[in-house]
Design a protein around this ligand. Structure first.
Ligand SMILES: Nc1nc(=O)n([C@H]2C[C@H](O)[C@@H](COP(=O)(O)O)O2)cc1CO
Ligand SMILES: [Zn+2]
Length: 161
């Protein structure tokens, strides 16, 4: 008997929890997305959330969803997954897993495949019927990236910060 604690969080809860926390930094009023990239030996390599590129002010660029292309957010936001990949400064992501709170779009799928990430653990798939996500799954499946839906445990974690 080692007396070890039994209610510690699992690896999946830990990494999806970090992804959720990372998404809480997003300034997007409609959808906050977080991502956490993890090595095969359970080390966190990088994190990201959706937002405008460095130097593009959150107060000056538009957060609107509609209107002229130059007046809404879609040309300007960097997705959480791409930010997590680009934030990594350590070399190769070969064999890594990305935990992400929303299924990756086609553009992030390309970056995921090309960076060597081999597994995606995702939570929401609210845009699954859109061409971007259908194309994303086509490419990810062709490339042999493992797609795994996060299994909720319903554990509640309260943080006092
Ligand atoms: N996988 C994703 N990762 C992301 O970081 N995003 C970002 C881009 C936008 O800032 C926001 C989506 O805005 P909306 O269309 O739900 O109002 O989430 C979007 C997707 C969807 O494919
Ligand atoms: Zn994307």
């Amino acid at each position: 008997m080692s007396g070890k604690r039994k209610d510690y969080i699992s690896w999946d809860e830990y990494f999806m929890g970090v992804a959720v926390l990372s998404g809480m930094r997003s300034k997007d009023p409609n959808t906050q997305v977080g991502a956490c990239i993890v090595s095969e030996d359970h080390k966190i390599l990088s994190m990201g959330y959706n937002g405008f590129p460095t130097g593009c002010s959150d107060d000056e660029f538009p957060w609107e969803r509609e209107g002229e292309p130059l007046e809404n957010k879609y040309f300007y936001t960097t997705h959480s997954e791409l930010n997590a990949i680009l934030n990594y400064r350590g070399g190769s992501l070969e064999g890594a897993t990305i935990y992400v709170t929303l299924f990756p779009c086609n553009e992030c799928a390309k970056a995921i495949i090309q960076s060597g990430i081999r597994r995606i653990v995702y939570d929401s798939d609210k845009y699954e019927t859109t061409p971007a996500v259908v194309a994303s799954k086509k490419m990810l499946n062709a490339a042999g990236v493992v797609l795994q839906r996060y299994e909720h445990t319903n554990r509640r974690i309260e943080l006092e910060l």
